[in-house]
Design a protein around this ligand. Structure first.
Ligand SMILES: Nc1ncnc2c1ncn2[C@@H]1O[C@H](COP(=O)(O)OP(=O)(O)OP(=O)(O)O)[C@@H](O)[C@H]1O
Ligand SMILES: [Mg+2]
Length: 314
């Protein structure tokens, strides 16, 4: 089943084209990892998809409805975790959740139950009564996510939900997203951390300068840049390594020696590591093996010639 589609959507801010003919299909059960650098248009895409901001041309369909995609009935089944934290600091964690649950029309016992459920879900079960002013960045982020969950949305949209938080909170959030999917929620997740996309996305959509430049599973995208395999082996007696014999192993393209390290480049999918290691071990001790695998950062670099992340941010 299709949860949402965008067809030829264009959005301009003055003369700046923030969304440049976006086509996107989101199917039930997917976690779409929308990956792109600062200013790519991720938030703008989300704002048009949720009806927050108008767009110049194109078509959006939500839950099969393209006539009135942003009807209240549809919005009730959607949850939005905004990039800017919208937690109200003068309230406790629980009061925040009660407020948002109320906005979604929950009442009485049901509301109480759902508030507890959402708090527990983000690991703040014992912090409900605490004022949020003193919460750490990670706790505020987690509460921000919980605020979008009390009405159990079918389609959850998360805009960079892990920016500026500690690794523990990040892992908690990533695990929570996977759990939500197991419980039947479809998720659109934006980030500029490719590790997160690699960890949770069932499909990756890469955006740059208002355009979707590539989409597919992590494996599919990586395959597009994977032409060779590189293995580095640190050995005890480098002078005893039979380089010529190694070169004859099927798939091996190039061998270089530097210090006590051998670098072996093979054709992609050679499956020759076992034979290489057996031969090396016959002549020297193996101290360390490193295999360089391309990642989504390499995909982005190959597609755009740019780094996904600014160096200062790392
Ligand atoms: N309200 C606005 N008025 C004018 N320009 C805007 C507005 N909102 C966004 N833009 C511009 O549109 C482009 C896309 O911005 P957007 O916020 O969608 O990017 P993003 O991918 O979410 O970036 P980030 O990772 O920094 O959140 C940017 O060039 C931005 O400067
Ligand atoms: Mg953004």
């Amino acid at each position: 089943m299709t949860i949402a589609t965008m067809q030829g959507v264009v959005k301009r801010y003055g003369s700046h084209v923030a969304l440049d003919y976006i086509n996107l299909n989101i199917h039930e059960g997917e976690i779409i990892g929308l990956l792109g650098p600062n200013g790519a248009g991720k938030t703008t895409l989300i704002q048009t998809l949720t009806g927050i901001t108008p767009f110049e041309r194109g078509k959006i369909e939500i839950f099969g409805d393209s006539k009135n995609p942003f009807s209240n009935q549809n919005k009730e089944k959607m949850g939005l975790v905004t990039q800017e934290i919208t937690v109200l600091e003068e309230l406790t964690a629980k009061e925040n959740l009660q407020f948002f649950a109320g906005v979604y029309g929950l009442k009485g016992e049901e509301k109480k139950k759902r508030v507890e459920e959402a708090l527990g879900f983000v690991g703040l079960g014992d912090k409900g009564g605490k004022m949020t002013t003193n919460f750490s960045g990670g706790m505020k982020r987690r509460l921000n996510i919980a605020c979008a969950l009390t009405h159990r949305p079918k389609f959850l949209i998360m805009d960079e939900p892990t920016v500026g938080i500690d690794p523990q909170s990040r892992n908690y959030i990533l695990e929570a997203v996977k759990k939500l999917r197991e419980n039947g929620t479809t998720i659109l997740y934006t980030t500029h951390y490719m590790e997160e996309v690699q960890a949770i996305a069932t499909k990756v959509v890469i955006m740059d300068q208002g355009q979707i430049i590539k989409e597919g599973t992590v494996e599919e995208l990586i395959k597009t840049v994977q032409h060779e395999e590189k293995v580095r082996i640190d050995v005890t007696d480098i002078e005893r390594i039979p380089v010529e014999a190694l070169e004859k192993i099927s798939g091996v393209k190039k061998i270089s020696v530097s210090g006590n390290q051998l670098t072996i480049i093979s054709a992609f999918g050679s499956g020759n590591l076992d034979r290489i290691l057996t031969l090396v071990k016959e002549h020297a001790g193996v101290l360390e093996i490193q295999a360089d695998k391309p990642n989504l950062e390499d995909v982005f670099l190959t597609l755009t010639g740019k780094q996904l992340r600014d160096k200062e941010e790392e």
